[in-house]
Ligand binder design. Structure first.
Ligand SMILES: Cc1cc2nc3c(=O)[nH]c(=O)nc-3n(C[C@H](O)[C@H](O)[C@H](O)COP(=O)(O)O)c2cc1C
Ligand code: SF4
Ligand code: SF4
Length: 255
């Protein structure tokens, strides 16, 4: 089984492609219900296939909503017997996301195999200096992805070595910045719309957490937010903003 969380489609694409390469048709998303109530989530699979956890890298770690399901869900017999594999997509640096994942798997008594990362177009736009990839770079990453996923599938089949996307200062990024980011930089409160909003509701329908309600023809954000930025990137009017941080920033959506 491949279970995926994806804001803007990169991880969904990676999970679905990997499912085809591994001959595993059980490729499914984390449901909004699981993400909103991780203690009630139940995960089981056919142990003949590895259980692949697929998610984007957030601030050099696992998205907190995914981490909560991993740490607190109940597992069926098949999931307890299966080999567990990690697949993360990132803009350019996963730092020690794999170590965080291995720690959780160990705590849960699960058998781990490889950890894999795939470089994909960047989607983070909420801080100064962070924007979508410059022209040409996203296309280059997307061109390279099929071959990179073929190598990852081969490594999973043969119990091969980890394939990681890691730059420098990984310890500081994952052990210091990640917890800070989780605590102080993930609030949905700054989300609002600008005058371009037509009230079409696309952002509300697309939210993987069901965190957006339409009120008086405008989206209103709740507090169960993954900060996946799907609402920001999917808006056909580019009308979703996050404080002033998104002023002049681009959009990037795969599907
Ligand atoms: C909140 C947030 C934090 C991010 N942090 C990182 C990061 O630490 N390192 C990185 O390389 N990319 C980072 N990114 C970029 C995503 O990991 C990358 O674009 C990923 O492929 C998005 O996957 P998705 O389309 O499945 O959501 C971040 C994106 C978001 C939304
Ligand atoms: S997708 Fe954009 S235009 Fe449509 S309701 Fe949401 S913010 Fe408004
Ligand atoms: S409100 Fe927006 S950023 Fe938050 S989970 Fe929903 S789509 Fe993602």
């Amino acid at each position: 089984m491949i279970i995926w969380f994806s804001g803007t489609g990169n991880t969904r694409y990676a999970a679905e492609t990997l499912g085809k390469l591994l001959g595993d048709s059980d490729v499914r998303p984390f449901t909004p219900e699981m993400l909103r109530e991780p203690d009630k989530a139940f995960i089981d699979c056919d142990p003949a296939h590895p259980l692949v956890w697929a998610f984007p890298t957030y601030s050099w770690g696992i998205p907190p909503v995914v981490e909560a399901v991993m740490s607190r869900c109940r597992f069926g017999e098949g999931a307890l017997k299966a080999r567990h594999v990690m697949l993360t997509t990132c803009g350019d640096d996963m730092a020690y996301t794999d170590r965080q994942w291995r720690r959780i798997m160990k705590k849960r008594g699960l058998r781990t195999a490889g950890a894999y990362a795939l470089e994909m177009p960047n989607t983070y736009t909420l801080m100064k200096g962070f924007d979508v990839d410059p022209a040409g770079l996203a296309e280059k990453k997307l061109e390279a992805a099929p071959e990179a996923l073929r190598r990852i599938a081969e490594a999973i089949k043969t119990d091969g070595r980890d394939i990681l996307v890691r730059l420098s200062f990984s310890w500081a990024k994952s052990a210091i910045v990640y917890p800070w980011f989780k605590r102080f930089a993930m609030s949905p409160k700054p989300f609002h719309v600008n005058a371009g909003c037509t009230g079409c509701g696309t952002c509300a329908r697309a939210c993987p957490m069901k965190n957006i309600a339409m009120r008086d023809g405008e989206p209103v954000w709740g507090d169960k937010c993954a900060l996946c930025l799907r609402c920001y990137h999917i808006c056909p009017r580019h009308a979703v903003a996050y404080g002033k941080a998104t002023d002049g920033k681009g959009q990037q959506l795969l599907k």
